[in-house]
Design a protein around this ligand. Structure first.
Ligand code: SPV
Ligand code: MG
Length: 409
């Protein structure tokens, strides 16, 4: 490019990349510094979308230089659009042979091998919130389920869809250890589980902090979570013996006083060492049939007390009440991160949630619920047949299980 004149580089923003693939390892500003310092680069400008045409029309370069990787495949339509834009002002397209074997995907795989640090991992949730309209988190109750969540990927045209991070669920952590979801697992056991997950993954994690316990304990626990590299804790506004929310009023559960809960939010936020760690407040008013007004009053109070985001929970079959909540809350708080857990209203799509103003969707228990029936079925069939031949077709091959984790062979 330097041979043709002054070089301006259109650099994809984090939001542009996140719309198509995983958030880049380095943030836009970091990448910009690197590219600016390449000899011959005169300017680096943000490219806000995958399509080059808006920047071409804006800067009207004499030449556009691009690799040949877009001659075919999912990028080909963008080549066509670029050619049309260039034709409007007589710009020329120069294509240089694509360097094989270099791709952001390969780099991502190599980086995964290198791992990450608590600081980098913790920051990622804030980066996701500013780069994506909605981020998707999925429950991981042990390292193998986390590895599945880390690597699961589908290709949709030119886009790659993946999970953005993990949810450490009190329900699945408890269930996996054969305990009820009543804050019976102590925090060291929950955090040790997260540590095991972090040993083999790189994505950010949101921690289900149940009620947060006593404020004095919550402050200490915030420090431990932050140090580990957890990005956010969600505490729910219940007191006393908490039960799982999806049980609703079938069991006795009490909601916390608003002022007390605001104090707990403040205590948690004051205890943080860095701004990257977030304390989200979870509202149980709809779960406990306290009504929309109560939910909204609480949301306003919690945000004013400093909550970094609001999770509204619901056990309805349809998303109407969480949509209504989001619509009204957004009038006063257009940008506070909004989180939901569509377990009962699972017909809702991520696009619909994003349209209604949600920023994080949590698939809170699906991996454990998938694993349990499969194990249950196989255990029964082995008992029934007095051998394992009949279940073999339902199982992963021995060769596969030996190589599912690199390094076994
Ligand atoms: C969890 O996953 O533990 C949650 C969400 O808190 S729910 O089970 O719906 O209460
Ligand atoms: Mg929970």
């Amino acid at each position: 490019a330097r041979q043709y004149g002054e070089v301006m580089v259109g650099l994809l923003t984090d939001a542009a990349v996140a719309d198509h693939k995983r958030l880049p390892y380095l943030a836009y500003e970091q990448r910009k510094k690197i590219v600016e310092n390449i000899r011959g680069v005169t300017a680096v400008v943000p490219q806000e979308e995958w399509d080059y045409a808006p920047n071409l029309r804006r800067y009207r370069p004499d030449f556009m230089v691009h690799g040949t990787d877009w001659l075919e495949g999912p990028l080909a339509p963008y080549r066509q659009k670029a050619l049309e834009a260039l034709a409007e002002f007589g710009g020329k397209l120069i294509e240089i042979p694509y360097t094989q074997g270099v791709s952001s995907q390969t780099m991502m795989t190599q980086l995964q091998g290198l791992g990450t640090t608590p600081d980098i991992r913790r920051k990622t949730l804030k980066r996701l919130l500013s780069a994506k309209p909605i981020s998707r988190f999925i429950e991981a109750h042990n390292p193998i389920s986390a590895l599945i969540a880390e690597h699961a990927m589908v290709e949709l045209g030119s886009k790659i869809r993946q999970f953005d991070g993990f949810w450490s669920s009190s329900l699945t952590d408890s269930t996996a250890r054969g305990k009820p979801d009543i804050e019976a697992l102590d925090i060291s056991s929950r955090l040790s589980n997260v540590n095991d997950i972090f040993e083999v993954t790189t994505k950010p994690l949101i921690f289900d902090g149940d009620t947060g316990g006593k404020s004095e304990h919550f402050e200490l626990n915030v420090r431990s979570m932050e140090r580990l590299g957890i990005s956010a804790v969600i505490i729910e506004d219940k007191k006393g013996l908490k039960k799982n929310s999806l049980l609703g009023n079938d069991v006795v559960q009490n909601q916390e006083d608003i002022v007390q809960f605001c104090d707990k939010i403040r205590a948690g936020r004051t205890a943080r060492v860095s701004d990257d760690f977030m304390v989200f407040a979870r509202i149980e008013s709809l779960i406990l049939d306290q009504g929309m007004d109560d939910a909204l009053t609480r949301a306003r109070a919690y945000v004013n007390a400093g909550a970094d985001g609001i999770m509204i929970h619901s056990r309805k079959k349809k998303p109407d009440e969480v949509f209504e909540f989001a619509r009204i809350l957004r009038i006063d708080f257009p940008s506070v991160p909004l989180i939901c857990v569509p377990t009962s209203y699972n017909i809702v799509t991520e696009d619909e949630l994003a349209e209604h103003g949600f920023n994080i969707v949590i698939y809170a228990n699906q991996l454990l619920r998938a694993a349990y029936p499969a194990m249950h079925r196989v255990a029964h069939e082995i008992l029934l047949h007095g051998r394992s031949a009949e279940v073999d077709s339902q199982l992963m091959g021995i060769n596969e299980i030996l190589t599912v984790i690199p390094g076994t062979k």
